[in-house]
Design a protein around this ligand. Sequence first.
Ligand SMILES: Nc1ncnc2c1ncn2[C@@H]1O[C@H](COP(=O)(O)OP(=O)(O)OP(=O)(O)O)[C@@H](O)[C@H]1O
Ligand SMILES: [Mg+2]
Length: 242
Amino acid sequence: MVTPETPASKQSKILSIETMSLGLNIRGSTLLNDISIQVTTSGVTMILGPNGAGKSLLIKCLHGLIEPTKGRFEIALHRCSDPIPQAMVFQKPVLLKRSVMENLQFADQHSCQRTDLEQALDAVRLLEKKDQPATQLSGGEQQRLSLARALITQPKLLFLDEPTASLDPASVLIIEQLINQASQQGVKSVFISHDIGQAKRLASDVIFLNRGQVTEHTDAATFFTNPQSREAQAYLNGEIVL
Ligand SMILES: Nc1ncnc2c1ncn2[C@@H]1O[C@H](COP(=O)(O)OP(=O)(O)OP(=O)(O)O)[C@@H](O)[C@H]1O
Ligand SMILES: [Mg+2]
């Protein structure tokens, strides 16, 4: 399997994620199986694969929310031994029963100025709703607030589980711009999507998962023009992946 890499000249500040035969077994079902990947690219690593492939479970493991039952993984930042600040945007938004602004304030570990918090809400077009109860936001607005909340923690590593799944096209672009901006500021993103157009716009490299196993990990250009695995070829052709 090809492991895409960022050129050595750019690697000094790059975060790496490595899994060694990582597996997850729950009540006798093997949900993740023998996953060995090495991510050393900057920018956005896209995880693609059919429903039920194990994409969400994999990033939950990497975010420390689920303990793998086999193997292990390491997340490291070159020349840095401190814990790496990481954040996650969940497939189903989980918000506090408080106002939009209070949801941001609760996540803010850096004592940001109110103007910074307002700017963060403005970036996801939610400033006008800052005093509304967060749980009364629409589905797409809740996803946008979830992203603002993740970014306010100033992560170096960001896991995004279908963060634009219920967004209108304009909101999708806003979110993609924010992710690109974060990438330029050195934030590594691991992004799950079923939107092939979006994957093409954002990905540096693609990990394809099927039935709990990685069938390939290739750079984005190769993945979209010449996918290596039969499963990825079928997925990109809109066929049922078996
Ligand atoms: N806690 C659990 N116990 C048992 N099975 C689980 C558990 N969580 C997830 N699964 C199963 O593991 C499989 C992978 O789930 P996961 O949520 O990772 O899929 P996914 O690739 O993210 O799919 P989707 O594209 O639909 O979001 C599914 O078949 C799911 O039913
Ligand atoms: Mg999922």
